[in-house]
Design a protein around this ligand. Sequence first.
Ligand SMILES: C[S@@+](CC[C@H](N)C(=O)[O-])C[C@H]1O[C@@H](n2cnc3c(N)ncnc32)[C@H](O)[C@@H]1O
Length: 222
Amino acid sequence: MEYERKVIETADGSKTLFVPAMNEQYHSLNGALTESDYVFLEKGFRRHPSQTPKVFEVGFGTGLNALLTALEAEKSMRTTYYATIEKYPISNEEIQYLNYGNLLSPRANEIFHAIHKADWEKDVQISEFFVLNKIKADLKTCTFRNDNFFDLVFFDAFGPDKQPEMWQDKVMSKIFQLCSGGAIFVTYSAKGEIRRRMEASGFRMERLPGPPGKRQMLRGSK
Ligand SMILES: C[S@@+](CC[C@H](N)C(=O)[O-])C[C@H]1O[C@@H](n2cnc3c(N)ncnc32)[C@H](O)[C@@H]1O
């Protein structure tokens, strides 16, 4: 099912998408950029010791997590492979309204557009330090050939209350399989039930302070 989306502004001035039918948005209203940087970069990407990290993202959406990771990869000179899955890619019109590049830097703008122009289902060299593979598929039904491959998982599905099927044990076990030893899993959700499911899948879980407006978030390690 495709769904209607509206572009809205969040508290730090960055835009996000709102889905009226679900009453859910792609990022926190307290700041899309701020949340993304905190949950996925600060508590995830910057914490993994690999100089050649491989990242798997659930929900490519606006491409904001991919953009911030590409910028960080360049800054820290870590050669990064970034695979991201999305069932409902956004439109070119929606992309035009997303202002992350304008808020960050001309370089960010350039990378943001390269990320969106990249072909799907292919490894695409976006910059010296960032290779992107966008997968148009449904996480629940797709199968992967790369067990024990990814060093980081950015689990950025819609919330467990809004899209519970994305947070099922079966999906979590599939994600666990994809992870290498020492992999870090991060998500903005802090629900006890999700924590227990992740633990049942094999992750060692911890609760961390959350981004602005959220008391806590979850991080797991394999
Ligand atoms: C919270 S938003 C993602 C935010 C995104 N990481 C960003 O930075 O914009 C959740 C995303 O998951 C996608 N999604 C929903 N169901 C999916 C499924 N079954 N498989 C893959 N992606 C799905 C949605 O279309 C949406 O883009």
